[in-house]
Design a protein around this ligand. Structure first.
Ligand code: AMP
Length: 214
């Protein structure tokens, strides 16, 4: 099972990828989390991309490919969230998978209106301990210190109104057109991301069912 999760900021890509990786023992590869881990650890790469990340801009393709492609194990079961985000990345992904003799099982596109996404992002919190994503109302972080996730739970640096506006612009210009490409291949399922979190997970599981039986 090799799954891609596409969707605008705030549509729940990370939340759903977390839930699916726990339910189905998939390896979650989140490009945003990989980037933030570099920024948090203050690596040279992290320092070089922090500005772009915090402003809601894409980080350069070569950086993304370098940190993402090695995680896509041919024998593994993985769910990739936040990649590809433009045509060049989609091409690079295709070539990398072809070289490894594997292909994508399914692409899930989460959809919700911009206005709702902007509201949701205001309540988003991320754990500095685990990188897991929460929402103050819809998926609250553990109140007591939890063995699995001790926090602290903080807004992301790119959760500002300006950065979110930029991410939405980029999503509509660069990411949304990729859906057509996967639709032509017959592997796209569009999922309504306005529903409550468990229902969205159920819809995704339903979409993955035929591929899981392979
Ligand atoms: P996310 O956690 O998926 O919302 O991504 C947050 C930010 O990380 C984006 O706004 C970009 O700055 C950066 N990023 C994540 N994935 C990519 C990607 N595939 N290409 C370029 N930048 C990315």
């Amino acid at each position: 099972m090799k799954v891609l999760l596409l969707g605008p900021p705030g549509s729940g890509k990370s939340t759903q990828a977390q839930r699916l990786s726990r339910k189905l023992s998939y390896f979650q590869v989140s490009t945003g989390n990989l980037i933030r881990a570099h920024i948090q650890s203050d690596t040279e790469l992290g320092r070089s991309i922090k500005g772009r990340h915090d402003r809601g801009e894409l980080v350069p393709d070569d950086v993304i490919l370098e940190i993402t492609l090695p995680n896509l194990e041919p024998a593994g079961r993985w769910i990739l969230d936040g990649f590809p985000r433009n045509q060049a990345q989609a091409r690079a992904l295709h070539e990398a998978l072809e070289k490894r003799g594997i292909s994508l099982s399914r692409v899930i596109a989460l959809e919700a209106p911009d206005g709702e996404l902007i509201e949701r992002i205001k309540g988003r919190r991320q754990s500095l301990a685990t990188g897991w994503t929460y929402h103050l109302e819809h998926d609250p972080p553990p109140k007591k210190r939890d063995d699995l996730d001790a926090g602290p739970f903080v807004p992301r640096e790119d959760d500002t109104a300006e950065a979110v506006r930029r991410q939405l612009e980029i999503y509509h210009q660069e990411v949304e057109p990729l859906k057509q490409h996967y639709e032509k291949q017959g592997i796209l399922t569009v999922v309504d991301a306005r529903k409550p979190i468990p229902e969205v997970t159920e819809d995704i599981l339903q979409a993955l069912r035929p591929a899981r039986a392979d």
